[in-house]
Ligand binder design. Structure first.
Ligand code: UD1
Length: 426
């Protein structure tokens, strides 16, 4: 298994290109199932999760080709002219929870879908009840049996009003996609408003879907008989953007991020302003540096978009670990999303968890240590901490990082970081 070795203490200086958003690419790939025509996606990041989704779609009979475009993301061509299987098997779904996004499109297009339940996950139970209830509202018969979500709508789906009791990104995406092929009008109330949903809706509209309220928490969809192919450019990855903002701020460096947008990380920028970090827009992205020398502790609460993203919580904790003063970080989206805390503590951070909140008392310095990655965002927080720490940090189980960060070592090394991947290290 690969490990990553970091010798910390070097301020990052330079330019980091930001890739396409993984969390936009995954639902957009699933949207390829909605049409028999070709869907072309540009700015697709080169990540393990994208390969997992491509393998799943191929298994459903989707013809897929990938063109590597060095420096500007890959181009993915999908054609679901003939769907040969409506079952998403356990072996593929267990690798990635977002596989459940094929459920809505398969059911809407074929009248049948069997998708393995994603099962346990390192960051809490993460159920799929909202996806299932929503599809039932659209007239599907859904049973949970033998570990599978078994959904049928032999006469097609019918538009309905669906009010989500809690905001769910995945359930909004699944039902939005399903509703584009349902008969009549669907109203999604309390829908998630993440930029990735706006990106999906924009692409669906260009495929011929009728959607009002894009960017708001009320989406009105008028079903179409059939959708057509299109070509769509995926938005920049705001979580990758935010992660490198924090890495630059933590090391007291100055970095320019290209191919991204400051509006995608507005909540983070506001928070960091209070911490003494200046993030400003440039023509092709943004620039980050500390305003003065020191970093101040600030309180943070994760919330659905446009609030502070849960996917940046672990990284901001690594940043706050060496701030002056204390920082209270509250996680409201997922249970059990503090698995990075014991690892950061091993590096010298002073963090106490009380329920859904972590009290971080800033320390003067972190020290390198061998640490264990537990999930995607937790593992990158250890990279941020390793870049600041004195001495050597060795991160085990980096396959978690490869799910969501493209050429991480290369991008950081280009800014002066002493970071290396040790392949197949014991
Ligand atoms: C997506 C993102 C993930 C991010 C999360 C929250 C993708 C591929 N993944 O995950 O990176 O951390 O949004 O921003 O885009 N819930 C239910 N029932 C359901 C569905 C969700 O109770 O049927 C709960 C979850 O347990 C969680 C909350 O709703 O507590 C939010 O989850 P959700 O927004 O659905 O996350 P994902 O779509 O899985």
């Amino acid at each position: 298994m690969d490990k990553i070795c970091i010798k910390g203490g070097v301020p990052l200086e330079g330019i980091i290109p930001i890739g396409g958003a993984k969390n936009a690419a995954l639902p957009l790939m699933a949207a390829g199932l909605l049409t028999p025509e070709r869907l072309i996606l540009e700015n697709v990041p080169d990540l393990a999760d994208i390969t997992t989704m491509a393998n799943l779609l191929a298994q459903h009979g989707v013809a897929i080709s990938l063109e590597t475009v060095r420096g500007s993301g890959n181009m993915l061509k999908l054609c679901a002219a003939h769907i040969t299987s409506t079952t998403a098997p356990y072996d593929l779904v267990r690798k990635m929870r977002a596989s459940v996004l094929v459920l809505g499109p398969l059911l809407a297009r074929c009248g049948r879908a069997r998708v393995s339940l994603p099962g346990g996950c390192a960051i809490g139970p993460r159920p799929v009840d909202l996806h299932v209830k929503g599809l039932r509202r659209l007239g599907a018969e859904v049973e949970l049996r033998q570990g599978y979500i078994d959904a049928r709508a032999p006469k097609g789906l019918k538009g309905a009003e669906i009010a989500f009791p809690t905001v769910s990104v995945g359930a909004t995406e699944n039902l939005l996609m399903a509703a584009t092929l349902a008969e009549g009008e669907t109203l999604l109330i309390n829908a998630a408003r993440e930029p990735e949903i706006t990106d999906l809706a924009t692409c669906l509209v260009s495929m011929g879907a009728r959607i009002d309220g894009i960017g708001t928490d009320r989406l009105r969809i008028v079903g179409a008989g059939q959708l057509s192919g299109t070509s769509h450019m995926i938005i920049p990855d705001r979580i990758e953007t935010g992660t490198y903002i924090m890495a630059a701020a933590a090391t007291d460096g100055e970095v320019r991020l290209t191919g991204t947008r400051i509006d995608l990380v507005a909540a983070l920028v506001r928070t960091l302003e209070g911490a003494g970090v200046e993030v400003s827009a440039t023509a092709d992205g943004l620039r980050v540096r500390r305003r003065g020398g020191s970093l101040e502790g600030v309180d943070i609460m994760t919330e659905p978009y446009p609030g502070f993203p849960t996917d940046l919580q672990a990284q901001v904790m690594a940043l706050m670990a060496t701030a002056t003063g204390a920082s209270m970080i509250t996680e409201t989206i997922f249970e059990n999303r503090f698995m990075h805390v014991p690892e950061l503590t091993r590096m010298g951070a002073n963090i106490n968890v009380h329920g859904a909140s972590a009290l971080v008392r800033g320390v003067r310095a972190l020290m390198g240590a061998p640490v264990m990655a537990t999930d995607l965002r937790a593992s990158v927080s250890l990279v941020v901490a390793g870049l600041v720490a004195s001495g050597e940090t060795v991160i085990n189980r980096v396959y978690h990082l490869d799910r969501g960060y493209e050429r991480l070592e290369e991008k950081l090394a280009a800014c002066g970081a002493r970071i290396e991947r040790m392949r197949n290290a014991r």
